[in-house]
Design a protein around this ligand. Structure first.
Ligand code: GTP
Length: 423
């Protein structure tokens, strides 16, 4: 599973060699061959206060040094005064499956004296990615759409062992309708097993209390037992308590593993007894990468698009805004036009449906009429038949027919025979 790619790298993209098993070659089990051939675009955003091990974990997840070695800035060095957004792209390949991976980092988040607005640049970044996708969708030529939308957001929680901080809650509340949130407890090796269990329970309670939606693995009916068990196993570990390391260390029993070495022993990243890293990787890369992409497209993006169209409809009245900004005006007009078209389409569909319904009820009515007529005729025939049988029985039993009917018909018969002149 070593990357071998012969395509020329995009200018902003670095080509990376995998150092070992990552797991996205499993994707063919999740999606159609076509998208496998074309390759995947997948964007992960990492958010959390600085020093929580975000870059280390990303390097560990994708088993490749995506992040270049960082020089640690001395405290006196100048730092940006807002949250910056940085994006790293890499083309990685495993067993012939190509993945265009984008990692969006948000240095500066939560690093200031006042972090009230730390979430804002992040929301703006996510929305501008939606904007760019919408713009591509509206193009005449929609062949080559670059999907740079954020498919998953790893939110790093400081391993305090207490509960969520206001900053965490605020961020998740602002973001949960725009991105698949995956909370992780950073540097879980600094907490004991018991502390982790308590911390997880408190985090989940906080999340539920604040009505925050985090990404949930979907459960399907008719799924085989193994898949259901796996989904439950993954879900039970959320928020994942992770440990990251891009170092290989030697354990007491002489194995070389990815981990962190302490005087009392080695914490192994890939050992499920030691942390939830394996489960996080399973969720993000092996089992639910396609679900994350689908949920982003079908729910998060779609909701945002609807909201956007609605707000554009309202903005129609602000003529000042339209005059100042011709590009915005054109965009607005196009969106309105599209909304009009889809309204017309909906109306036409409704009219069509109505017509079909009318026709159907007419057909039903004439069918009923036919039935009624059929019934009437059948009844008349049955009455005649009964009459005739009655007559037959009387004739056979030698009894005279009823005078008014029988007499008349016999005298008529005689008359007819006589007047015929055959005698
Ligand atoms: P910024 O780039 O400043 O936002 O930091 P970051 O969140 O990317 O953290 P980074 O990966 O640079 O790690 C910061 C420090 O934490 C480094 O010294 C890492 O070796 C250490 N570190 C990373 N992951 C872990 C972990 O899981 N456990 C422990 N104990 N330390 C870790």
């Amino acid at each position: 599973s070593v990357a071998q790619s012969n395509n020329a790298a995009l200018s902003s993209v670095i080509r990376k060699k995998l150092m070992g098993y990552v797991g996205f070659a499993n994707l063919p089990n999740q999606v159609h061959r076509k998208s496998v051939r074309k390759g995947f675009q997948f964007t992960v955003m990492v958010v959390g206060e600085s020093g929580l091990g975000k870059s280390t974990l990303v390097n560990t997840l994708f088993n490749t040094p995506l992040y270049p070695a960082k020089e640690v800035l001395p405290p006196s060095a100048e730092r940006a005064s807002t949250v910056a957004i940085e994006s790293i792209g890499a083309d990685i390949e495993e067993n012939g499956v190509r993945l265009h991976l984008n990692v969006v980092d948000t240095p500066g988040f939560g690093d200031f004296v006042n972090n009230d607005d730390s979430w804002r640049p992040i929301v703006e970044n996510i929305e501008s990615r939606f904007d760019s996708y919408l713009e591509q969708e509206n193009r005449v030529n929609r062949q080559k759409i670059m999907d740079n939308r954020v498919h998953a957001c790893l939110y790093f929680i400081q391993p305090t062992g207490h509960s969520l901080k206001q900053l965490d809650i605020e961020f998740m509340r602002r973001l949960h309708t725009k991105v698949n949130l995956i909370p992780v407890i950073a540097k879980a090796d600094t907490l004991t097993d018991e502390e982790i269990a308590d911390f997880k329970a408190r985090i989940l309670a906080d999340i539920a209390h604040n009505k925050i939606h985090i990404f949930q693995a979907p459960t399907y009916e008719n799924e085989d037992e193994e898949a259901i068990a796996e989904a439950e196993e993954i879900a039970s570990k959320i928020p994942f308590a992770v440990v990251g390391s891009d170092q290989v260390v030697r354990t007491a029993d002489g194995r070389d593993v990815r981990g962190r070495s302490y005087p009392w022993g080695v914490i192994e990243v890939d050992n499920e007894e030691h942390c939830d890293f394996v489960k996080l990787r399973q969720m993000l890369i092996r089992t639910y990468m396609e679900e994350l992409r689908e949920h982003t497209n079908n729910v998060l993006y779609e909701n945002w698009r609807t909201q956007k169209l609605l707000s554009m409809g309202v903005a129609q009245d602000s003529s000042v805004f339209r005059e100042i900004n011709p590009a915005a005006r054109m965009q607005e007009e196009r969106i309105l036009h599209e909304a009009k078209l889809s309204k017309m389409e909906a109306e036409m569909k409704m009219v069509f449906q109505q017509k079909v319904q009318e026709k159907e009820s007419k057909l039903k009515q004439s069918e009923e009429e036919l039935y009624a007529r059929h019934r009437e005729m059948k009844e008349a025939l049955e009455r005649q038949k009964a009459d005739l049988e009655d007559k037959k029985r009387r004739i056979e039993s030698g009894r005279p027919l009823t005078p008014e009917k029988g007499a008349v018909s016999i005298s008529r018969l005689l008359l007819a025979v006589i007047s015929d002149g055959n005698y």
